[in-house]
Design a protein around this ligand. Sequence first.
Ligand code: TRP
Length: 339
Amino acid sequence: MTDQPIKKSIVFSGIQPTGNLTLGNYLGAIKNWVQHQEAFENLFCVVDLHAITLRQNPAELRKRSLEVAAIYLASGINPKESAIFLQSHVPEHTQLSWILTCNSYMGELSRMTQYKTKSQNKEGEAIEAGLFTYPILMAADILLYQTEFVPVGQDQVQHVELTRDLALRFNNAYSPTFTIPKALLPKAGAKIMDLSDPMKKMSKSSDNPNSFIRIMDPPEDIKRKISRSVTDSLGVVAYSPEQPGIMNLLDIMAAISNRAPEELAKEYQHCGYKAFKEACAQTIIDELAPVQQRVNTLLTKERGELEEILAKGAQKAHFMAQKTLRKVYKKVGLIPPLG
Ligand code: TRP
């Protein structure tokens, strides 16, 4: 038997460079990616084309795109193992997206919950067509790389299901072309909730800045937001669904320290909410400080290196994407360009 390298499963994930990435993005997504990066072949994309579904301030979008890439790196994604790149640098995403658009139905796109929510109350107003076709671009992101696993939050599962439907439809119509991907949901407890309303997921697009912690928040802000976070009147730290606010803070501490939240609850049981919140804020501050420092260096002194990493990432992604796109071209009757 020859010593063939074992082919790793491909993982694709993306975050939009809109708003500020939160502790929820960090603990619920990026930190998990880092933990599993060696087991898979990874593509971590900054989905800037998705961001322009709604009009963005150009300078802001440029700044945020680099910042998200810097956060990936500062959080521990190793660019030698994983490709980190900007979606708009790999033209195959838009190319495949058009071909998939021609194989998608108005009906299935109209059923997407995110589209329905975002277009609600807009009757008679202009609704951007990109809002409607957005899931097709996401499907192209995933299918281009023969992706097996897509780590996403619950809100994106429907889009991964649509991706599977489009892939199966194409494979049936033209012969097997795409790997059928699966959504990979974070384990329980990795979902970080809104600090003002612990029944809602922490979101970077929330209107209330006290409801989330940004990865780049300075220590004073973190202390203030945690101290003001909504809890309850029971006064005893416990990991119980009756105390969703406290539960959320325990989940945050548990995710950072890799300990069980129940165990942490015991430790802080009798210390009172004020001291517990202070300990929680300090845990977050200590975790984020080195990440923030690294991000700032990458965006200033090491800006050249950051751009170099993105160029290499795009090159690697382009190489993989091209293979799939050429196959797709041939199957539908387009002539792949020479070279
Ligand atoms: N739609 C995702 C979101 O809003 C972002 C995204 C775009 C994505 N393309 C992707 C996520 C591909 C996973 C895989 O969160």
